[in-house]
Design a protein around this ligand. Structure first.
Ligand code: CP
Length: 306
């Protein structure tokens, strides 16, 4: 049976399902556009974004159209939907149920996608809920690792930057915990990963290390996952300014990395990866963006064609 909602990472956290989705993403990526299947051809999907996005919204919208679906979109729902007039999220979701067969939602509140799913008869896909989760980013990141390194088991993986607020980090850590990896967590004391993820790693028997210095990490890992410090999650701008540049990946640091390591980032980049690194073949963050399209096509197909 296919998935209904994808509001948490737990719903994707099954190695067999992940293998199926990643294999299908690879097939779709190798296919010419005119050969794409059209499982969404009689369906309308709504993208409902209360927070800014470049990649997630555009890749979902491209994926929906590639699979033959009709698209309706609310790009700035925080300022352009009737939420502005005081409509609840629940009523907005019930309303969109009258027009659409699926809803892709991004919202600033942790747990909002799960709240939406409670009142929705059509599938809800969480495209980011505040500092909570971003399950499809986790999927595309896992696919990118598998595609670039040919495996996930046995890798040493580093997560760097805002591990407290990055829903991309939270989602990828939850998926990586299914595999035999070693995790290096590099963050300032204020932005350490929430305790719940450390508990999960312990429960799954994953070896992890929490560090604050580049030298403890840079030459040791097979994958470096860079994240920006998330300005929008800070209450006071001074607190953000004090730590925003804690970890900047420079060319000098990249020179110390393994020759076959990969550098990933969910993007957007603010100041944490020097632009000069983009031409290094190990920097695969724009391939990661591209991979996201096919990972999301595979997921949409799985949800709506099953
Ligand atoms: N990675 C990611 O979620 O990017 P956007 O915020 O641009 O969608």
């Amino acid at each position: 049976m296919g998935l209904k909602h994808v509001t948490t990472v737990e719903q994707l956290a099954d190695k067999k399902l992940l293998s199926t989705l990643m294999a299908r993403a690879a097939e779709l990526q190798a296919m010419p556009l005119h050969e794409y299947p059209k499982p969404l051809q009689d369906l309308t999907i709504c993208t409902l974004f209360f927070e800014p996005s470049t990649r997630t919204r555009l890749s979902f919208e491209t994926a929906i159209q590639n699979l033959g679906g009709h698209l309706i979109s609310v790009e700035n729902a925080g300022t352009s939907s009737s939420g502005v007039k005081g409509e609840t999220l629940e009523d907005t979701i019930k309303t969109i149920n009258c027009y659409a067969d699926g809803i892709v939602i991004r919202h600033p509140e942790v747990g909002s996608a799960e709240e939406a799913a409670k009142v929705s008869d059509v599938p809800i896909i969480n495209a980011g809920d505040g500092a909570g989760l971003h399950p499809t980013q986790g999927l595309l990141d896992l696919y990118t690792i598998q595609k670039s390194k040919g495996k996930i088991d046995g890798l040493k993986v580093a997560m760097v930057g805002d591990l407290l607020n990055s829903r991309c980090v939270h989602s990828l850590v939850e998926l990586l915990a299914l595999y035999k990896i070693e995790l290096f967590l590099l963050a300032p004391p204020e932005l350490k990963i929430p305790e719940s993820y450390l508990k999960l790693l312990k429960k799954e028997g994953i070896t992890y290390h929490e560090y604050e210095k580049w030298e403890d990490v840079i030459g040791k890992v097979d994958m470096l996952y860079m994240t920006r410090v998330q300005k929008e999650r800070f209450k006071f701008i001074e607190d953000y300014r004090a730590i925003k540049d804690s970890y900047i990946l420079t060319l000098d640091l990249v020179k110390q990395m393994k020759k076959d390591a990969i550098i990933m980032s969910p993007l957007p980049r603010v100041n944490e990866i020097e632009f000069s690194i983009d031409s290094d073949p190990r920097a695969i963050y724009f391939q990661e963006v591209r991979n996201g399209l096919y990972a999301r096509m595979a997921l949409l197909e799985h949800i709506f064609a099953n």
